[in-house]
Ligand binder design. Structure first.
Ligand SMILES: [Zn+2]
Length: 321
């Protein structure tokens, strides 16, 4: 966490996840002044979410005057210009809802909206592993696989707000596995926490001596077993690394970034999958560049998105002034 002296203006940054809602006050130097986490309100109505956000913002009364903007990140496709959620499987009540107008009315501040993976890559470029870089990609290995792209210092959202969806590029067209996006063989099906559990379950009968036959499977348990030398777990993480490496090699040949930042809960298995990941990149990406592209773990942890959301609002406001 930066230790710079706190500056005057603050952004009320929101990580609006399907399960948890995290809010923070972030200053111009990236210091998180206050933060809290609660469960995301469940319900069919977006009003519950608007109320929860407004209540969280209003409780920090002593800092209220310093707040210059509200910046929200959501796990889904957004129209950032209109601040409208276009698609969010975990927050269906927000789709096409006028979140910007509702919050602007309640809080009297400009409201910005961004996809969570896009916010995370901005956070890592501002204060994390990609500090000082201009061409950056990030891959979030969580329940699914997200991605963010920065080209020449600017977030690349694509022509239709859907840029950077690395998790839904095809890495195995013959697998027959159906992805929730409708495609088959997406990277997300092989390099996510969900994939670790599925690949383990499918191979249990081939490894009768594995301790994983005796436990309820989670990605963390498979990782722990791998660390203890379990052959099945090591095989699963090798496959994970192989598909991830294929995906990264494709990206490197397409974008030629300075750095690819790997983040998300499943990135904790780094020591078990990185070797195969690097091997695939070396084998498949252009040799002239594969050694120059840095592949690194994220440094901002869970706060990357909150920091990135704050940075995007700061930048937008500076552009208006
Ligand atoms: Zn997909």
């Amino acid at each position: 966490m930066p230790k710079n002296q706190s500056s005057d203006s603050l952004v009320f940054a929101v990580d609006l996840g399907g399960t948890h809602l995290r809010v923070a006050l972030v200053d111009d130097n990236g210091n998180i002044i206050r933060q809290l986490k609660q469960e995301t309100p469940k319900g069919d109505s977006a009003d519950c979410i608007v109320n929860a956000l407004a209540n969280a913002a209003e409780q920090w009364t002593e800092d209220r005057e310093r707040v210059v903007a509200v910046s929200i990140m959501v796990p889904g496709a957004v129209d950032s210009d209109k601040a409208v959620v276009l698609q969010a499987p975990n927050l269906p009540c927000l789709v096409n809802f006028g979140l910007k107008a509702a919050l602007q009315q309640r809080l009297g501040r400009p409201v910005f909206l961004e996809n969570d993976a896009n916010a995370a890559v901005v956070g890592e470029m501002w204060l994390g592993a990609a500090r000082g870089c201009r061409d950056v990609m990030s891959i979030t290995l969580g329940t699914g696989v997200g991605g963010g792209v920065i080209l020449d210092g600017k977030l690349w959202r694509g022509s239709h707000g859907s840029g950077g969806e690395i998790g839904h590029t095809t890495v195995d067209p013959f697998s027959g596995l159906k992805c929730k996006c409708g495609n088959t063989g997406c990277l997300e099906l092989f390099a996510s926490a969900t994939a670790i559990v599925r690949m383990t379950r499918e191979s249990l009968s081939l490894f009768p001596d594995s301790t994983l036959n005796q436990v309820e499977l989670t990605a963390e348990r498979v990782y722990e077993a791998g660390r203890d030398g379990d052959t099945l777990a090591l095989e699963v993480f090798k496959r994970f690394g192989m598909y991830l490496g294929i995906g990264l090699a494709n990206l490197i040949n397409l974008i030629d970034p300075q750095i690819i930042v790997i983040t998300g809960g499943a990135a904790n298995g780094w020591d078990l999958f990185a070797g195969e990941m690097h091997r695939q990149v070396e084998e498949r990406a252009f040799r002239t560049i594969s050694h120059q592209v840095k592949i690194a773990r994220a440094e901002c942890g869970d706060n990357a998105g909150l920091l990135g959301a704050a940075r995007l609002a700061q930048t937008a406001l500076a552009g208006f002034s």
